[in-house]
Design a protein around this ligand. Structure first.
Ligand code: GLU
Length: 445
């Protein structure tokens, strides 16, 4: 590892104690970047690496709100504005019990590179709260969102920072957040948030974008090997937006998705997922995946374990961080899995990724494979700025092209650094080159 990169990593550890996920996210990226700095040490001039790993701004705030019983509850709100060299800060909001500064910083750091890979004008940021929407009434979710936006509204804007959804934040939450922003500012500023409803500034295909994008990317990986998705068995985890629309696109390409999951367990349906039933349960009723198994004769529900024990050609982890570990990776390799593409952010542990490399499984990191969501967010911003609405086909066509470009760019960069087929190195270096050039050009700040 280049000594400058090593020093930066040491500093990151010293200055961010007790933040293992953040340290890990930085390590993964700098580990690849080191190859580029070896070749051209001037890339690290003017403390570029030290600036890159330090968020431009971190906002931490109290979110007091009133629940249905009239009790005042207090959560913590976050927004980390990490890097704006390429455009306004852009990234989702996560509402989940596990949210803390470490998690938001690690996701914000990843987002810089993901957004750079899309080729759009997007900086990187991330936010959220330790509020858990599960089991809360619509009124409680609204009260919380209004309280959260009351503070956040001071910091965001269509040219400053543009949040969107992530785990626990879907169209319902974006609606409450947008309503409160509009009420506070008295401005119809649709470009301040993405993931909006179609009739109030949203884009066609935004909801589908991340899941569709992952499948477009996985298909490019297969095409490169002279194969296609037709007839392939696909295992998927999760049952949110990403998983549901990955399953939809996989079905459209003639593949057979056979699994999905939620926090209560996972389902294996050997006949292939019945998408209408899954949508009815998850999107219609916010129900649990076990209900699916009760209504399909051959489907099995498992409260224990994970879908990675099911033999497959393609695995798409679309649930959450570190959901696929070293043992899962060995199981996938043993069962002949060929391709893994991350639909979630950092779902595969570091050790799992090493196993993929040793076993010859092609692995696409989330910053490349799941960039379709934020890419269509950028198309939503573009439509908002032009007061336009593109058709579903136009947006989807753009998305497919963006995913193809990301795939090609990652492979080309991997080849340049003599690491053919290494999507991790390709994605990290390609994104870094774009961000670092913009940072150098804009001077030290
Ligand atoms: N939360 C998504 C992601 O991780 C989308 C972000 C966005 O659309 O701004 O990329």
């Amino acid at each position: 590892m280049h000594p400058q990169v090593e020093r930066t990593l040491e500093e990151v550890k010293r200055r961010n104690p007790g933040e293992p996920e953040f340290q890990q996210a930085v390590f993964e990226v700098l580990n690849s970047i080191s190859l580029a700095v070896d070749r051209d040490p001037s890339l690290a001039d003017h403390a570029l690496l030290e600036r890159l790993v330090e968020p431009e701004r971190q906002i931490l705030f109290r979110v007091p709100w009133v629940d249905d019983s009239g009790t005042v509850r207090v959560n913590r709100g976050y927004r980390v504005e990490f890097n704006s060299a390429l455009g306004p800060y852009k990234g989702g909001l996560r509402f989940h019990r596990s949210v803390n500064r470490n998690i938001i910083k690690s996701l914000g750091f990843e987002q810089i590179f993901k957004n750079a890979l899309t080729g759009q004008s997007l900086g990187g940021g991330k936010g959220g709260s330790d509020f858990d929407p599960h089991g809360k009434s619509d009124w409680e979710v609204m009260n919380f969102c209004q309280a959260y936006m009351t503070e956040l509204s001071r910091h965001i804007g269509d040219k400053t920072d543009v949040p969107a959804g992530d785990i626990g934040v879907g169209q319902r939450e974006i609606g409450f957040l947008f309503g409160q922003y509009r009420r506070l500012k008295n401005r119809w500023e649709t470009g301040v948030l993405t993931g909006k409803g179609l009739d109030w500034g949203g884009s066609h295909a935004r909801r589908e974008a991340t899941g569709y994008g992952v499948v477009f990317f996985a298909r490019e990986m297969l095409l490169k090997r002279g194969e296609d998705l037709e007839g392939k068995i696909v295992t998927v985890s999760g049952s949110g937006n990403v998983a549901i629309y990955a399953i939809e696109k996989a079905l459209q390409f003639g593949a057979k998705p056979v699994t999905f999951s939620d926090s209560s367990g996972w389902v294996y349906d050997p006949d292939g997922v019945d998408l209408d039933l899954l949508k009815e349960i998850k999107e219609g009723r916010r129900g649990r995946v076990a209900e699916y198994a009760e209504r399909r004769p051959r489907a099995e529900f498992h409260a224990e374990g994970r879908p990675w024990s099911v033999p497959c050609h393609v695995a798409l982890p679309c649930a959450t961080e570190n959901e696929l570990n070293e043992d899962d990776a060995r199981e996938l390799a043993k069962n002949g899995c060929e391709i893994i593409a991350e639909g979630a952010n950092m779902p595969c542990s570091h050790d799992a990724v090493e196993v993929f490399a040793q076993s010859g499984i092609l692995f696409a990191p989330g910053k490349a494979a799941n960039a379709g969501g934020v890419a269509v967010s950028s198309l939503e911003m573009e439509q908002n700025a032009a007061r336009a609405r593109w058709t579903f086909q136009e947006v989807e066509g753009n998305l497919a092209e963006i995913m193809r470009d990301i795939h090609t760019n990652c492979l080309e960069t991997a080849d340049e650094y003599a690491r053919p087929g290494d999507y991790v190195v390709g994605a990290n270096i390609r994104a870094f080159m774009r961000v670092s050039a913009a940072m150098h050009a804009q001077g030290v700040f």
